[in-house]
Design a protein. Structure first.
Length: 459
């Protein structure tokens, strides 16, 4: 008997006992999970606020950076408010842009309009968005934890992941505040899509997919691949593929205005934003190990009024990016092994060994905050290994979706460009993975315990 078949037999025995209390647990899901997730997030947000008010306190934390408010996103939003349209991403008047996806800049422009263009009000709104996005991730985790009877484990896992990603989630205002929320809703929506389908639901899902794409092309690609997997027709017929046609049609309707605007403005088609070649140039040609850090990022057109910003203004956005693309292609052809090595380095940094953006982080407080993060960082991958080895077959739908989203969302960063902020948007998915891995381990321990009790019980 294989370990998986033995494990499955033991789980069926445990499942009989668990089913008697399952309905009782589910009735208590709503209010307690809502309360616990609010308290948990309020604690971490309060800690960040304390550090902001008293910078000399809590020396193991990074300095507060919540005035950042989105870098290029903020500059584009200000340009929109000045009547210059979607333009000027680098702190100067440089003309139309598609450097960033459009949802967050337009959202920020609306907030500026509402708040009289006050940057301190924008920072407050971004902090509120952080609270909502981290709460949503924690709430979904605690619902799953209570469903499986492990609420304490859910609270502990959320606390561990929030602590390891404290700076990106609570001390810096960037697109993480929006994208973490979008990813959490995408996970929930995919769960619903596997159980309920219908005309109105399909229409809403197609519109939601368009919004995901306009928030982040990587999230949009994840939405697309997961949707194709779930809604793919069993046979090639119009009747079988009707749901998929409706979803994809409405997705195309939502993203078309932005695509057409870019075609008319820049004279070419590209997927939402064109700067992938610049990101690859930055990580492949400017950074020795392929993992972005403070040194390789210092010459970014937003960070400094140096060579890159000057060249961007001289030739325009598309020509600037094409120049970088030509340099990257030449470099890869001359040294393909170097390119592969950098991809491998990014894979290790994204999955196993945490690399801070600034080397100063390893000096602060004796380096123990970085050591702690390095201990937490590989837990999602270890959890996937646990699920693969001892998980039940077939894998539960929610677990399969979580693993798929983790891989799809992280893969583009591994292939093109990566540093710790890019991975912060996966905090909710990582918490779920760690929880599912822990749940499988506890079920295995219970099965072993039950087996021993049955072996030693009197006949």
């Amino acid at each position: 008997m294989t370990i998986q078949s033995w494990y499955k037999n033991k789980m069926s025995t445990i499942g009989v006992a668990e089913s008697k209390t399952k309905n009782r647990r589910l009735r208590s899901l709503g209010r307690s999970d809502l309360f616990l997730s609010i308290v948990l997030v309020a604690f971490f947000m309060g800690l960040a606020q304390w550090k902001s008010m008293y910078p000399q306190s809590l020396p193991w934390l990074n300095r507060d950076f919540r005035h950042h408010i989105g870098a290029e996103y903020n500059d584009i939003a200000l340009a929109i408010r000045k009547g210059r349209g979607f333009s000027d991403p680098f702190r100067c008047e440089s003309g139309p842009t598609a450097w960033m996806p459009p949802v967050l800049p337009y959202l920020m422009a609306g907030i500026y309009w509402l708040e009289g263009d006050r940057p301190e009000s924008m920072a407050a709104w971004m902090i509120a968005m952080q609270g909502v996005s981290t709460w949503c991730a924690a709430f979904l985790l605690l619902r799953e934890a209570r469903r499986l009877g492990q609420t304490v484990a859910g609270v502990v896992i959320a606390s561990v992941v929030f602590t390891a990603n404290f700076y990106q989630l609570f001390q810096q205002t960037h697109d993480t505040a929006l994208l973490l929320f979008v990813i959490s809703l995408l996970w929930w929506g995919l769960i619903q899509l596997t159980t309920e389908k219908g005309g109105l639901r399909n229409a809403m899902w197609g519109i939601w997919g368009g919004l995901c794409t306009l928030c982040s092309p990587i999230i949009g690609a994840t939405w697309m691949l997961c949707t194709l997997s779930i809604l793919r027709p069993k046979r090639l017929s119009l009747r079988e593929g009707k749901s998929l046609v409706v979803v994809l049609g409405l997705w195309l309707v939502v993203i078309s205005p932005w695509m057409i605007r870019n075609r008319m403005q820049f004279g070419k088609w590209f997927p939402i934003k064109p700067n992938g070649a610049y990101e690859l140039w930055q990580s492949h040609c400017k950074d020795e190990d392929g993992i972005l850090d403070a040194q390789s990022g210092s010459g970014h057109p937003w960070s400094s009024d140096g060579e890159q910003r000057v060249r961007y203004r001289q030739v325009g956005e598309i020509a600037f990016i094409e120049e970088k693309g030509a340099v990257v292609r030449k470099s890869i052809l001359e040294n393909p092994l170097g390119f592969i090595e950098r991809i491998g380095n990014r894979a290790v940094a994204a999955l196993i060994y945490y690399v801070p953006f600034s080397p100063m982080e390893e000096i602060r407080s004796g380096g123990w905050p970085v050591f702690y993060t390095r201990c937490v960082h590989p837990l999602p991958v270890l959890s996937i290994a646990v699920i693969a080895v001892i998980g039940t077959i077939p894998v539960e739908r929610k677990v399969a979706i979580t693993v798929s989203m983790f891989a799809l969302l992280l893969m583009p960063y591994i292939l093109v460009s990566y540093y710790d902020r890019y991975a912060a948007i996966l905090a909710g998915i990582k918490m779920l993975l760690i929880f599912y891995g822990w749940s499988e381990l506890t079920r295995l321990f219970r099965a072993i315990s039950l087996s021993r009790e049955m072996d030693f019980s009197p006949s």
